[in-house]
Design a protein around this ligand. Structure first.
Ligand SMILES: [Zn+2]
Ligand SMILES: [Zn+2]
Length: 551
């Protein structure tokens, strides 16, 4: 007789950064940990987001019992609308995580039909054969948990994202004790966040940015723009407290920033004294040295509030000579060009830009633990099997080596998306493979699920065609050097080439010459306008690729 096995099946985030998703299966019961998305790399032109291929879950839909979220970052919850379109299952998360999820689901009109179940550290709950205990961890995101999952063959611990911040800003301590207790009783497998495996030492506390930011606040002569990820509640809290200390009113600009601040305030993470926050429209009533503008757009996203402000294109946020702009975030690889373009625009306006250039003290810290924190966790949990999660193959591999060096694990196993790892009390073995991959999604709608990368191009090209919009723009003057050209393939019927050229000319005319010189801005505007025209006149949704030649 064949003995029963536990199956661990990663569907996203093992082999890439982002779109985290992991399935656990015991017989006819499946639970899913996280449902993330990933933002497309620039070579995936014309695509808005990327989510994991969940064919395996869809094929086994009657067995999927729920999705459990570790925390509210987009690479863990952002795929939910697409998941829930296919799987009608309850979603479990902590209070703050669910507050984010609600907003997300509301946008996709999925909120009413989805069952959201709040979970909390130390409160065990049961789903089929699994009994799950959320364990408090610290991270750059508030209210993050790891999951200890009791299965018929032993305990599996999934850390989620974490760093060990021994002085968290919300006084919610990392629950090292509970990890140690599980370690003492025996843990079958530890699935641990690999993100920072190449960094030695410890990751500094979220508090570590305070001294340098305090200095920046004291030196700022005019308005102070503070930009960070809208989900960085700790960073927003620090900025608000510094604004109060230095006698500045706070205007919150950008939709995501406003929503985040509101949720954080409602749930007690930020305590905003009466009168500190003003409406953006009231800024003109205060002298510049009494203002802080909390603004979104640290990654140079072309349509973000900061990018628009940097080009004098925002209703309320105006950059003047002598203003200070703080980018309290890291430069995510791939975004350098966009970020430095925004910094250029700001510098041209004689703003003083403070960003993470590695000098002059910390203005940003990572949310992921470095090597010593990884080693510490492994030593507390002492699992039989160690499985690195979250990262490229190289990173997973290094993490497995690091785990073996601790002497505290019996085996380290590297698995990737689609692998099926079968475990019993004594053994872990890679068995078969299931479908895994990336699904590319165009625009914010849940019906627009485009197929997996391999067949995507073929499919779009055959059904909806392709549009190449070629513009030659002089980088210095912003002038169009040649008439625009549009190449369309795969469309039958109406020829709208002339109309498309007109739309492009018109779009460009409406931009200032500085905006015209901004590749990202032109690219996005042209894409949006062409999409609108083509959809209206033909009902098609071709792949639109603006090709902008900077001359
Ligand atoms: Zn995270
Ligand atoms: Zn993450």
């Amino acid at each position: 007789m064949q003995t029963k096995k536990l199956k661990i099946i990663p569907l996203g985030g093992l082999g890439e950064f982002g779109m985290n998703c992991m399935a656990l299966r015991w017989e006819d019961d499946i639970i899913v940990i996280d449902a993330g998305l990933m933002f497309p790399e620039s070579e995936l032109l014309g695509v808005d987001v990327v989510v994991p291929d969940i064919s395996y879950l869809v094929e086994n839909k009657e067995y999927v019992r729920g999705i459990i979220l570790t925390h509210g970052h987009q690479d863990h919850i952002g795929g939910l609308p697409w998941f829930l379109n296919e799987l009608k299952v309850p979603v479990y998360g902590t209070e703050f995580t669910l507050a984010y999820v609600e907003g997300n689901l509301e946008e996709h009109e999925l909120l009413d039909e989805t069952e959201l179940i709040e979970i909390a550290p130390k409160e065990k709950f049961t789903i089929g054969p699994f009994t799950i205990e959320p364990i408090r961890v610290t991270h750059s995101m508030v209210d993050a948990v790891a999951l200890a999952i009791e299965t018929p063959v032993g305990v599996v611990i999934h850390t989620g994202d974490f760093k060990i911040d021994l002085a968290p800003l919300d006084d919610r301590a990392f629950d090292l004790h509970t990890f140690a207790e599980y370690g003492k009783r025996g843990v079958l497998a530890l699935l641990q966040d690999s993100t920072n495996v190449e960094r030695s030492g410890y990751t500094p506390s979220e508090r570590a940015v305070i001294p340098r930011l305090d200095e920046v606040f004291s030196q700022a002569k005019k308005k102070l723009f503070f930009s960070c990820f809208s989900s960085s509640i700790y960073r927003i809290k620090i900025a608000m407290e510094l604004a109060r200390k230095h006698g500045r009113k706070v205007a919150v600009v950008g939709r995501s920033m406003m929503e985040s601040t509101e949720i954080a305030q409602d749930l007690g993470y930020i305590d905003i004294p009466q009168g500190l926050v003003i409406n953006p429209g009231q800024m003109k009533d205060f002298p510049p040295e009494q203002l802080m503008v909390l603004i979104s757009g640290t990654q140079g996203e072309p349509m973000s509030a900061l990018s628009r402000a940097a080009l004098d294109n925002h209703k309320f946020a105006h950059i003047d000579a002598g203003d200070t702009v703080v980018l309290s975030s890291r430069v995510i690889p791939g975004n350098e060009k966009g970020i430095f373009r925004v910094i250029d625009h700001l510098s041209r306006r004689d703003a003083n830009v403070v960003y993470d250039d590695g000098s002059n003290g910390l203005i940003h810290v990572s949310g992921h633990g470095s090597q010593e924190e990884m080693r510490l966790m492994i030593n507390l949990v002492r699992p039989k099997f160690f499985i690195p999660v979250h990262g490229d193959y190289r990173i997973l591999r290094k993490h497995a080596e690091l785990a073996m060096e601790t002497g505290a694990v019996e085996h380290a196993i590297v698995i990737e998306d689609g692998d099926v790892l079968e475990l019993d009390k004594d053994e872990a073995r890679k068995k078969d493979k299931v479908t895994a991959g990336r699904v590319l999604i165009d625009s914010g709608s849940s019906i627009d699920v485009v197929e997996d990368l391999v067949i995507r191009d073929r499919k779009i090209l055959s059904e909806d065609g392709i549009v190449l919009a070629v513009l030659a723009i002089n980088k210095r003057t912003g002038k169009m050097e040649l008439p625009p050209e549009v190449i369309m393939r795969g469309f039958g019927g109406a020829d709208i080439t002339d109309q498309a050229c007109e739309v492009m000319m018109k779009t460009l005319d409406e931009l200032s010459s500085e905006q015209k010189a901004d590749y990202g801005m032109v690219n996005e505007k042209v894409r949006v306008e062409l999409k609108r025209l083509i959809q209206k006149t033909t009902g098609r949704r071709p792949m639109i690729m603006p090709v902008i030649l900077e001359i």
